[in-house]
Design a protein around this ligand. Structure first.
Ligand code: NAD
Length: 499
């Protein structure tokens, strides 16, 4: 019988009461593995009420103690790594080792949050004026929420909940309804780590619960990650109710391959970054830009046999390079883009559309695809496909290669492969994109730096994780003190200055 999942509210699993459910698949077999409850506005309100009641005591718990809960949480995730990765791989479709990477990159942000006593320290100026000292403190916002996508069901929830909770907030997580099991398991681990009930709540759902979050007056901040149209919608609606908002959207990440690059290194980087996780990463490389026809031909000669030799397998496989896509609908959408590319006149060098996985005929698989001679006017260049489809756009020179990602509507990540330090330095400085890799194909910064794209890839002014996450989940209070110790002055009617 199909399992029915729950919400996690007030420290325990709670059955859905809306009567609405969506199917959760195992993409590797195509079977429906569970039903996900879709919360109503009332269920969301119950979670917020629990969070609001629990938050003041958590905020009053000293940061060292909050850090200890986070340390224990890190330990428990490591203990349960295999179990979490197995569930994650089955629901998402990515292969087991990659599922562990998903958890690990989230775990690293929880490790970062263990430093919360230090991270929350404010600033102090001694003797800012006569008998005047100024100091600042960072205080939690209250109840905050995170709305997350299907493609990193552990990493992105952890990027949000770990710093938010360490800062002293209570958190409402609305994970993707396509793979909600790992977020529920993370909530259980948080309880085991000693988090008070009500500080982390997982509310499963779709647009109805998202809208309820955006409109709820007791939610002070919303962090969103997902596709650009929804990111723009969430940003506008949440901001209109006065919330602090950061929204991260889609991507079209380019990798520039200069003529002097090590072509074997570049081809291997493209294979991993283009086809790993079946291209369902916001930092996947979906556009390769070799500079000059000679570099393009050399790159393609290395790339084509590697794409044809990609090892595709079920998510539980230990040696497959990539697994299936997340749903049948998404698989059909990705395949339809290949058809669009053909109609637009691009050259399909590798066509993986007819791939079938033996023994898993109902799974959502396709092979890698590669287009050559893609141009900036084509939809397959302009739009995010989010699948194992790589487009090659040939640039005639470095200036054109710099212009392509800079002028693209998306601006998440970009990479340049070269042995020329001058070119690399110029590129990093001038390219109009938020995260840059130099001979690094997926430049996801580590937990203690910040992550965020530009243009249509990010709305709001603070990034995820690193120091920005502490700024996002706290408000700064600045206190100016004066201890006159006997100085007697009359009233001042002019604004005090340091003149
Ligand atoms: P999505 O936009 O479909 O869903 C994201 C979240 O929004 C989910 O929780 C979903 O339930 C909710 N949602 C969906 N439709 C909604 C609607 N109409 N109104 C309100 N809420 C709605 O995204 P996805 O398919 O789950 O994830 C893939 C997308 O996320 C890709 O575009 C990818 O590039 C992007 N992404 C971006 C980053 C980043 O940091 N920039 C990271 C990971 C993924």
């Amino acid at each position: 019988m199909t399992k029915t999942l729950t919400h996690f509210i007030g420290g325990k699993h709670v059955e859905g009461t809306s009567g609405r459910f969506s199917d959760v698949y195992w993409p590797m077999t195509g079977e429906v593995a569970a039903r996900c409850p879709l919360a109503s506005k009332t269920e969301l309100a119950t979670a917020v009420a629990n969070a609001k009641a629990a938050q003041p005591a958590w905020a009053a718990t000293n940061p060292q103690r909050r850090a200890r809960v986070m340390m224990k949480f890190v330990e428990l995730i490591n203990r349960d790594m295999d179990k979490l990765a197995d569930v994650l791989a089955r629901e998402h479709g990515k292969v087991l080792l990659d599922a562990k990477g998903d958890i690990q990159r989230g775990l690293e942000v929880a490790e970062f949050a263990c430093g919360i006593p230090h991270l929350l320290k404010g600033e102090y100026t001694d003797g800012a004026g006569p008998a005047i000292d100024i100091f600042s403190m960072r205080q939690p916002l209250g109840v905050v929420a995170g709305i997350t996508p299907f493609n990193f069901p552990a990493m992105i929830p952890l990027w949000k909940l770990a710093p938010a909770i360490a800062c002293g907030n209570a958190f409402i997580l609305k994970p993707s309804e396509r793979d909600p099991s790992v977020p529920l398991m993370l909530a259980e681990l948080m309880m085991e780590a000693g988090l008070p009930a009500g500080i982390l709540n997982v509310v499963n759902g779709d647009k109805e619960s998202v809208d309820a979050i955006l409109d709820h007056e007791d939610i002070m901040a919303v962090g969103f990650v997902g596709s650009t149209d929804i990111a723009a919608y969430v940003y506008a609606r949440a901001a209109s109710t006065g919330k602090r908002v950061q929204c991260f959207g889609g991507a079209k990440n380019h990798m520039i391959v200069m003529p002097d690059a090590d072509m074997e290194l570049a081809a291997n980087a493209l294979i991993g970054a283009g086809y790993g996780s079946a291209g369902e990463r916001c930092m996947a490389i979906s556009v390769a830009v070799p500079v000059g026809d000679k570099a393009a031909d050399a790159l393609l000669a290395k790339l084509i046999p590697k794409i044809e030799a990609l090892k595709i397998g079920p998510s539980t496989s230990l040696d497959a390079d990539m697994g299936p896509l997340v749903t049948k609908a998404h698989l059909e959408k990705v395949k339809s883009y290949v058809e669009i590319g053909l109609q637009e006149g691009a050259t399909l060098k590798v066509d993986g559309r007819s791939f079938k996985m033996q023994g898993y005929e109902n799974g959502f698989y396709m092979g890698g695809c590669l287009f050559d001679h893609v141009t900036p006017e084509m939809r397959i260049y302009k739009e995010e496909i989010f699948g194992p489809v790589l487009a090659v756009v040939r640039a005639k020179d470095y200036a054109e290669a710099l212009r392509l990602p800079s002028e693209h509507a998306y601006g998440n990540g970009v990479a340049i492969f070269t042995r020329d330090g001058d070119a690399a330095r110029d590129f990093a400085s001038k390219v109009n994109v938020g995260m840059v890799g130099i001979n690094v194909p997926i430049p996801v910064p580590l937990a203690y730096h910040t992550f965020g794209g530009w243009k249509k890839s990010g709305f709001g002014d603070l990034n995820q994780h690193g120091p920005d996450s502490i700024r996002f989940y706290t408000k700064t209070k600045t206190v100016t003190t004066r201890w006159p110790s006997g100085i007697k002055e009359g009233a001042e009617y002019v604004i005090p200055t340091m003149k």
